[in-house]
Design a protein around this ligand. Structure first.
Ligand code: C5P
Length: 253
């Protein structure tokens, strides 16, 4: 079999040319990075979990009419996605203060925000993905006003969907990041959700205990990342729970 053409290798994924024009194979690596790749590790099984979880979220989003790049899962670590021209923005939606927002504004982590707040960061690792305003985005031509309206609507719909899905399994969606890409249908251009949606790009806290079930477990050395992601996958029914050991039958005299 001919070797596939690698298009791009990022911190957590590799993109290969897909079998049909306009498709891409997205391979989920086990690599975990934090703080702009200053902290690195290989976490066995992370890629498999994120492949399954991203499939689950993207499929659910498609079912409620939120357009996204997912076509089908190919195997444990790979999915076929629609190729899209990625808008160079990281779109962050926050329901509760945490992470950089808590630091920047001196808000205690977990403070409920008056409404979901959408932030934009310019996607550039060498600059550490700086926070930018809509003024920067318009002035530098990263996205048009129409794009920004569409991006806001996509981000808020993803937030409503994910918040509900998570709440149903006892998990609080604190914040998350999405990326969007442009696709062309004939003369028409539209934006779709791309990249991935997984515990790598969300903050997920157990509603009862506050236990972190996302990449902060790795960033802050809070235990096993695989256990945390497995817990999310099991609660969502994406991975089966381990069968509880059945005790041996005993003879009744
Ligand atoms: O670090 P910060 O608090 O700004 O992150 C907000 C949310 O966006 C978190 O859920 C984090 O996992 C996600 N994020 C991401 N990729 C980045 C930056 C943030 O997935 N490069």
């Amino acid at each position: 079999m001919a070797r596939r053409k690698k298009i791009y290798e990022g911190k957590a994924k590799i993109l290969y040319e897909g079998p049909e024009p306009g498709t891409i194979v997205q391979y989920f690596k086990d690599d975990a990075t934090a703080f702009n790749a200053e902290k690195k590790a290989v976490i066995e099984g992370k890629g498999v979990l994120n492949n399954r979880l991203s499939e689950f979220f993207m499929t659910g989003l498609a079912q409620i009419g939120v357009p996204n790049h997912f076509i089908k899962r190919l195997n444990m670590r790979e999915q076929l996605v629609r190729s899209a021209e990625i808008v160079p923005l990281e779109i962050i939606v926050r329901n509760y203060a945490a992470g950089t927002m808590s630091k920047r504004l001196g808000l205690e982590e977990g403070t409920q925000l008056p409404r979901p707040i959408v932030e934009y960061c310019y996607k550039d690792d060498s600059l550490g993905d700086p926070l930018v305003t809509e003024e920067h985005i318009a002035a530098f031509g990263w996205a048009s006003q129409q794009d920004m309206d569409d991006i806001l609507s996509l981000a808020l719909r993803v937030n409503d969907f994910l918040s509900g899905v998570m709440m149903a399994v006892g998990i609080r969606l604190v914040d998350f990041k999405i990326e969007v890409g442009r696709v062309y249908d004939g003369d028409f251009q539209r934006l779709i959700v791309a990249d991935e949606i997984s515990p790598d790009s969300c903050r997920l806290w157990d509603i009862e205990t506050g236990q972190k079930l996302d990449k902060d477990v790795f960033r802050r050395d809070l235990g096993s990342l695989t256990d945390a992601y497995t817990e999310v996958a099991q609660r969502l029914g994406v991975m089966p729970r381990k069968a509880t050991p059945v005790s041996k039958p005993t003879l009744i005299n």
